[in-house]
Design a protein around this ligand. Structure first.
Ligand code: ADP
Ligand code: MG
Length: 711
């Protein structure tokens, strides 16, 4: 066989075929998820040591920042009287010698063994006439030569060194040389994009001759990753368009007219636009698959209800699914309020109409109440149902579900969405789907994570909101509590959000509880303070929320259970304790709980005096902007994409090299390319190698390749 090697073939060659990889090494590599030659070749260097910029020890002058490469001669470790660890290392090259000192890095004595060659970056000082570096950056170079040495992420635990990995990838590349690695993209295209072919790119990223080679190679391989994801999304969308059919709705009805006539406010332009986008979708038999994104308070609920009512007006049902009980209850209340007084046609009644029936279904609803709701869903007497994942439990069926709204979908898996779809209709038609998210997603991330959804954006807040004032204050600053008390005196309410201690409900609950006790006895004595956290029962949570909503509580001390959806316009102060522990998106969501009424609202971000630079950058971002989209972009810059979506979402874990923050241009190119490469009948048949690659990629992820690619 002389055809170039496909990725599928590379993925079928186990690493144990490489020299020096026996059973033990194979297991170690397995621990870092390197099982095949493909895995190894896509285990990319973390950085490079450019030895052309290396200084000789004999030439360095104290005070200089340099990179030197030297051999370890001896390592000593000791502790100071106050238990600080000190590791001292002597090194030399053929021109001189150097002493390293590491403070509080006891593990260095294990890492730096006599005889090792290491690259060091840092400032050189003179100490007792001897060159010395303190806490330098260290890269283990091993015995590797070459002008530029790739440094791999290594694993102490698995006992893998960067030179082991370097050696194996060198060998793997050498053995690929004869056949080459398949290049599925047309040569002109690569030429236009100024990219090397894949064989060159893999070689250059592992064994570059220059740093400019690295960046070209990186671009080629970034495009590879992004293109695979985009192709899958594109094909999935084409499949859905051709295979699924839903219900075509009429969009003019008395129900909708009277809904809009009764609203106490005018729709924003953004709401009008979004509603027409939704209507266009709902008028056709192709099931809607739309993402509705809009900042906190932008008025998404109204758009959602409009979509749901379109279903009801045509004699079908709608469902709204929320990630938590608190949110489901909140949505339920909003829908009931917005839809008050609406009637639907019903021939079985004397007047030919009956009140619109909206029900809530969560795990809190039990016994006969539950039974009644479930029956109503099954026989069609319930028009709209709001619920949590309780909606998708076994034994629940709708009479004719035709519109589904899912709120905060990043908390649900794709699977859960599709269960709701399957349960929806006995006739095999798909309900229309509207996914709402209040976490604004930067454009490139949206293209990757929600790439197969159409996107509507509410980019305008309803008028009459007074912008929230955001203040960063230090722990113990009493102005916060003075402010809370004075707002309460004027009849307003406040939230106090407690630090997230760790991923533990128990600890979070404790901290909320102790904060409540402390405040009630101290700063807020005499104030009616309530407590809300995830470990309370559903009923207790609801009681507390009701009490707060009805003004029977002045202050609600809570964990992040209030993060989304809670809507009490009379609450004007948000105090976030240990604000440095929260991410930008979360702080923005929390802040969005206030500023919902006509009164001026304030958000206090409380932290210790000293916080990390990153935390400071996040808090400054919140102080400077209230625009969720701007904050999302900032968040992407500061933290990378990993935190934006959850691992199960397509896209995130398929990207080893590409970064949605750094490679925006390539995300867009990949998307355009995918649109160009997939033909009108939704296939890649003119691009055989690419088609095979997508099939392999999808199979590897255990997705249903057959469904995606036929032929
Ligand atoms: P989101 O879910 O996008 O955060 P909501 O749908 O909860 O926002 O709306 C926030 C508040 O604004 C609600 O009290 C809602 O009734 C109100 N609202 C929605 N649309 C408008 C509008 N066009 N004009 C005035 N108020 C509106
Ligand atoms: Mg809302």
């Amino acid at each position: 066989m002389t055809a170039p090697l496909s990725l599928r073939e590379l993925d079928a060659i186990g690493v144990d075929r490489l020299q020096g990889v026996g059973e033990e090494r194979r297991a170690s590599l397995g621990q870092v998820e390197i099982e095949s030659v493909f895995d190894l070749l896509t285990h990319y260097p973390r950085r490079y040591v450019d030895r052309s910029r290396e200084a000789k020890l004999g030439e360095v002058t104290p005070g200089q920042e340099v990179m030197v490469v030297a051999d370890v001669e001896s390592v000593k470790s000791r502790r100071t009287r106050n238990r600080r660890s000190i590791v001292e290392v002597s090194l030399s090259d053929d021109t001189g010698s150097l002493r390293l000192v590491f403070f509080n890095q006891a593990w260095r004595s294990k890492q730096l063994k006599q005889g090792l060659t290491v690259a060091l970056f840092g400032k050189v000082d003179l100490y007792r006439g001897q060159l010395q570096m303190t806490n330098p950056l260290v890269d283990l170079v091993g015995d590797r030569t070459g002008r530029i040495v790739a440094i791999y992420p290594q694993s102490e635990k698995a006992g893998l060194t960067t030179w082991d990995i370097g050696r194996w990838s060198t060998e793997a590349l050498r053995r690929c040389e004869r056949r080459g690695i398949v290049e599925p993209l047309p040569a002109e295209l690569l030429h236009d994009l100024q990219l090397p072919n894949r064989t060159t790119a893999f070689r250059a990223i592992h064994q570059p001759n220059s740093m400019s080679e690295v960046s070209e190679a990186r671009n080629r391989l970034v495009l590879d990753e992004l293109l695979r994801v985009q192709l899958v999304l594109r094909l999935r969308k084409m499949r859905r368009l051709e295979s699924a059919s839903g219900i075509a709705h009429r969009c003019d009805s008395e129900l909708l007219t009277s809904f809009h006539d009764r609203l106490p406010f005018e729709l924003t332009t953004a709401q009008q636009r979004t509603i027409s986008e939704v209507e266009v979708d709902l008028k056709t038999e192709q099931p809607m698959h739309r993402l509705l994104q809009g900042d906190v308070g932008a008025g998404k609920t109204l758009v959602a209800l409009h979509a749901l009512l379109l279903a009801v007006a045509d004699g079908h049902q709608g469902a709204l699914m929320a990630p938590t009980e608190v949110l489901a209850d909140q949505h339920y209340l909003s829908l009931v309020e917005l839809a008050e007084g609406l009637e639907v046609l019903d021939d079985s009644t004397l007047m030919g109409v009956r009140p619109l029936s909206i029900k809530v279904l969560t795990n809190r609803i039990t016994g006969t109440d539950r039974q009644r709701v479930v029956e109503g869903m099954g026989n069609g007497s319930v028009d709209l149902v709001v619920g949590t994942h309780a909606l998708i439990q076994e034994g629940i069926a709708f009479s004719s579900l035709s519109v589904v709204v899912v709120d905060e979908q990043h908390r649900f898996g794709v699977e859960q969405r599709s269960i709701l779809r399957e349960r929806g209709r006995p006739d095999g038609k798909w309900p229309h789907l509207l996914v709402m998210t209040a976490t604004p997603i930067p454009r490139t991330a949206a293209m990757t994570v929600y790439g197969d959804l159409d996107v509507s954006t509410l980019d305008e807040l309803p008028p009459g909101r007074t912008p929230i004032i955001t203040c960063w204050v230090e722990d113990g600053d009493d102005t916060v509590w003075q402010h809370v008390r004075s707002e309460i005196a004027q009849g307003r309410q406040a939230y106090v959000v407690c630090p997230l201690i760790e991923e533990s409900d128990k600890l979070d609950a404790d901290s909320a509880e102790s904060t409540k006790d402390r405040l009630s006895k101290g700063e807020l004595s005499g104030v009616k303070v309530g407590l809300l956290h995830g470990r309370l029962s559903g009923t207790d949570k609801q009681k507390t929320m009701d009490a707060f909503r009805e003004g029977r509580l002045d202050v609600l001390v809570a964990t992040t259970v209030i993060e989304v959806g809670v809507d009490v316009p009379n609450a004007t102060t948000m105090v976030i304790l240990s604000a440095d522990r929260f991410g930008i998106a979360q702080l923005h969501q929390l802040r969005g709980r206030v500023g919902r009424g006509a009164h001026q609202s304030t958000c206090f971000l409380v932290t210790a005096e000293e916080i990390s630079e990153d935390a400071e950058a996040r808090i400054r971002a919140l102080e400077e902007s209230t625009d969720g989209f701007a904050l999302a972009e900032r968040d992407l810059e500061l933290r990378g994409e990993g935190t934006i979506f959850d691992q199960r979402q397509s896209g995130s874990n398929d990207l080893k090299l590409a970064s949605l923050a750094r490679d925006r241009v390539w995300v867009e190119r990949a998307r355009d390319l995918a649109t160009m490469l997939v033909n009108e009948s939704g296939s890649l048949e003119q691009h055989e190698a690419l088609e095979d690659e997508v099939r392999w990629f999808v199979e590897r992820r255990d997705d249903d390749a057959e469904n995606l690619l036929r032929g």
